[in-house]
Design a protein around this ligand. Structure first.
Ligand code: ATP
Ligand code: MG
Length: 817
């Protein structure tokens, strides 16, 4: 075992090694991108288990995304074996949900099956409240109220304190927010629900208000490790402080400790102040910059060797980020050589930019050194994916967009999930009111209002009031509505009894099926002639598959667990408060609650394809944090786009945008492309943006500009663009023969997977009026066609590039649109 532990240190540099073996005082690892922070954190966990007789149950590791958590766990299992399987490696939110579900008995008004409200649910609730309080929703939108309340929660300011604080304010806003906040919390609790911010805040409150609970977790988690520490907000910071029991010299009340309580846990946080990009969510660099002040005995380790990128890429990143004021100077270096120059490209517009990206990727893959899965394309805002998608689809390049409108945010999916939530948690008012008359069943707004008033007057929940209505005990309600409500309640009771299979297992898919069939939701969509409804149907079918898959996974995992229970060293240590069970706080595997939890905590980043998928990944710069790709395209380097318009006049925001640029550049391992468009459409208008000021902050000699002056080459086709040099008719098109694509309707992850044939090297069939895209001449339309078979020709009008007559045999560098 000793040599196995020593082997864990192989290949680490001295600073990394020190970080892995460090014992005792809080440890801060601050280091630039790609210096191995995440790798060190992972190795440290493995080392704790292998060399310091720490058990998996004693480790709490926090990552920024579920995906990162899964990867870290897998890696530790690889290093030390399957006993690490049930270790708590998760996001802040997931860990907090587990703790809260375990301790639900201590939470006033909540039961362990509480619902988790996402942004949309919160806004719905706020809209209901605004209506009741007669708030001017033009001036105080639900979104604005939600942000204000979220900011308060991130600072751990409760409704009562918000009310007190607002008294001394002169403006209307804080008072109004405090009033809404009070109502909002009251109604969340009445619905047996929490929003995302509550998950953190309520866990902090739990640890602070119940010393015995705090002590339990402090005894239990002897090692607390946090990745991406620069993006924690105040609430998360306090959470770490409370759960580790580590003393803080400043920054609020010192942690209360039981007289004979456990010694503080060993704390290890890693981060890079230069990569703090979530200030808008309340993240504060202060947490990392003042770690040493808060923990006077802390040890700080710097890592400066970068193992990810080539020197040219690092130099660009170093130079750019050095323009930020007030930062700790650090210089990343690598011994992997200069590498290629960065490629720059100035496009006419976003379509030209997208086309450059697509064709360049195509070329890299054709050249044989790059796989599609090696490539990532980043942009500043989600809407920029459209132009890219269009051309990728047209050229038949496989890709996946991470983010955008998520699968679980689609209306029909939300409706179905709302049914599931009401089945699991009947008090969930927002979900209940969402489905009350969806699909329409004759319970109108007036009936709903009567029930709401009845619930207010009687001081009972909306669902209890609904029961009263079904039994004719709500005043002013007509008999038709009463009947409709009674049959709705009957319907729900019926669905509640569904799902348990003959073998005793529960299948969430069965429940979803029952909902879609018995409510008439599916039949309505099937009867509709609206093509959108077809897509909705596809999404719901997808939800059924997701649910079925979830249940069968859970079933298989149960079998697996029995096998692993036999592995001797998996036994957790006995501690005073009982055996810690690694799965405590988790809902029963395969249960409806477990499914809903998975659905609620799903994030954009969870949709990042695995390398085996063989697709190009497209995502926003924010989503790219922590990842790395051999080839990276960062698009949209225009003032007003990147840096974002909002940031142009604000030095703090500008610094944050610069950090985002730094994050983007440092994702690249060997090839980096930076592009900008002279003109880009925004709000349906073409806007000419100047070059991004960030580009000027990168030394000119590091960038090889393929195309500097778009004006000069305009009208001359694309031939002056570097990418098209290899794209002429002489190209070996047979190698490009790639099947067509098929776009899944699923999700935050629109995936285009090659399926049918779209490139036809044996010649295209074209009719007059067809639109085409030619690799050399661009977009055009067929104005004449002549001859047949091998003699077939067409004449195409390519606009500014002129009219061209082309033969249609033997590999045409052109696709029909
Ligand atoms: P970021 O700031 O982007 O999150 P990071 O500091 O967490 O980056 P890692 O992702 O841990 O960096 O490491 C970057 C790359 O360098 C990874 O591919 C990792 O495997 C590799 N790496 C880290 N340390 C070493 C080492 N000592 N020897 C070889 N490769 C290493
Ligand atoms: Mg990292």
């Amino acid at each position: 075992a000793e040599s196995a532990a020593a082997a864990l240190l192989d290949g680490l540099n001295p600073q990394q090694r020190e970080a892995v073996v460090h014992e005792g005082a809080p440890l801060l690892i601050v280091a630039g991108a790609g210096s191995g922070k995440t790798a060190v954190l992972t190795k440290r966990i493995a080392y704790l288990l292998a060399a310091r007789s720490v058990t998996p149950g004693q480790v709490l590791a926090i990552t920024f995304t579920n995906k990162a958590a899964a990867e870290m766990r897998e890696r530790v299992i690889e290093l030390v074996g399957p006993r690490a399987r049930n270790m708590w490696v998760s996001t802040f939110h997931s860990s907090c949900v587990r703790i809260l579900r375990m301790q639900a008995a201590l939470l006033p008004g909540l039961t362990s099956n509480f619902s988790i409200y996402d942004a949309d649910d919160s806004r719905r609730l706020l809209t209901m409240i605004s209506k009741d309080l007669e708030i001017d929703t033009k001036k105080f939108t639900a979104r604005l109220l939600a942000t204000s309340i979220s900011n308060l929660k991130n600072e751990l300011i409760g409704p009562e304190q918000a009310v007190t604080d607002a008294e001394s304010e002169t403006t209307e806003m804080p008072r109004l927010v405090a009033k809404v906040y009070t109502q909002y919390q009251r109604r969340l609790r009445a619905a047996n629900a929490m929003d995302f911010d509550d998950l953190i805040g309520e866990t902090v409150a739990l640890l602070q208000n119940f010393p015995q609970v705090a002590e339990y977790y402090r005894r239990r988690f002897r090692h607390v490790l946090v990745d991406e520490y620069q993006d924690t907000n105040h609430a998360q910071y306090v959470l770490i402080r409370e759960i580790s029991g580590a003393s803080a010299a400043t920054g609020g009340d010192p942690v209360e400790r039981e007289p004979n309580g456990p010694a503080p846990a060993e704390l290890c946080v890693v981060g890079d102040a230069d990569q703090s990009i979530y200030a808008f969510r309340g993240a504060t660099i202060r947490n990392i910059e003042e770690f040493e002040r808060d923990y006077p005995d802390a040890r700080t380790i710097l890592l400066e060797q970068n193992y990810r990128s080539t020197q040219h890429i690092l130099s660009a990143a170093n130079s750019l980020i050095s323009r930020n004021a007030g930062r700790r100077e650090k210089r990343l270096w690598t011994d992997s050589g200069d590498g290629d120059l960065i490629t720059g490209y100035v496009a006419d517009n976003e379509h030209d930019e997208a086309s450059f990206v697509a064709r360049e990727i195509d070329k890299l893959v054709d050249d044989g050194e790059t796989k599609f899965s090696d490539v990532a394309v980043f942009y500043r805002t989600n809407n920029s994916s459209r132009a890219l998608e269009e051309i990728f689809i047209r050229l038949g390049l496989p890709y996946k967009v991470v983010g955008g409108v998520r699968f679980y945010e689609r209306k029909e999916v939300r409706d179905a999930v709302a049914y599931l939530r009401v089945i699991d948690n009947p008090e969930d008012t927002v979900s209940l009111r969402r489905i009350l008359n969806t699909p329409r069943r004759g319970i109108g707004d007036r009936a709903e209002a009567c029930v709401a008033v009845h619930s207010e007057q009687r001081g009972i929940s909306f669902s209890a009031a609904l029961r009263d209505a079904g039994e004719g005990r709500v005043p002013l309600l007509n008999t038709r509505s009463e009947r409709a409500i009674a049959s709705f309640l009957e319907l729900m009771d019926g669905i509640r009894s569904v799902g348990t299979l003959a073998d005793g297992f529960f299948d969430v898919g069965e429940v979803v099926e029952a909902i879609l069939d018995r409510t008439g939701y599916r039949a309505d969509l099937e009867a509709s002639s609206d093509p959108q409804d077809g897509a909705r149907l596809d999404n719901l079918n997808e939800l059924v598959s997701v649910a079925r898959e979830f249940s069968s996974e859970a079933r298989n995992a149960l079998g697996q667990e029995e096998i692993e229970a036999a592995i001797a060293d998996s036994a957790p240590p006995a501690i005073e408060s009982g055996e810690p069970d690694a799965t405590e706080g988790e809902p029963d595997p395969g249960s409806l609650a477990a499914f809903l939890e998975r659905v609620s905590l799903v994030a954009d980043t969870d949709q990042i394809p695995d390398n085996g998928d063989g697709v190009v990944t497209m995502m926003t710069l924010h989503t790219a944090k922590g990842l790395e790709f051999p080839v990276v395209f960062v698009t949209g380097w225009e003032d007003g786009q990147f840096p974002h318009m909002r940031a142009l006049g604000d030095p703090n925001e500008l610094s944050e945008e610069r950090r985002l640029a730094y994050v983007g550049i440092t994702r690249a391992r060997r090839r980096l492309y930076l592009s900008r468009a002279v003109v880009r459409s925004a709000w349906g208008q073409p806007i000419a943006n100047p070059e991004s000021r960030f580009l000027q902050e990168i030394p000119g000699e590091l960038i090889d500009w393929r195309r500097l002056d778009p004006g000069a080459s305009f009208g001359g086709g694309r031939s002056s663009g570097g990418y098209s040099q290899g794209g002429g008719a002489g190209r070996d098109w047979s190698r490009r023969e790639r099947p067509g694509w098929q776009s899944e309707s699923f999700g935050s992850s629109r995936t285009s997977i090659p399926a049918a044939k779209s490139r036809n090297t044996m010649g295209l069939v074209l009719d007059v009026g067809d639109r085409v895209s030619h690799d050399k001449y661009g977009l055009g339309s067929v104005i004449a066609s002549d001859g047949v078979g091998t003699r077939a020709t067409v004449t195409i009008d390519f606009g500014t590039a002129g009219k061209v007559r082309l033969m249609l045999i033997g590999g045409v560098p052109m696709v029909k649109l």
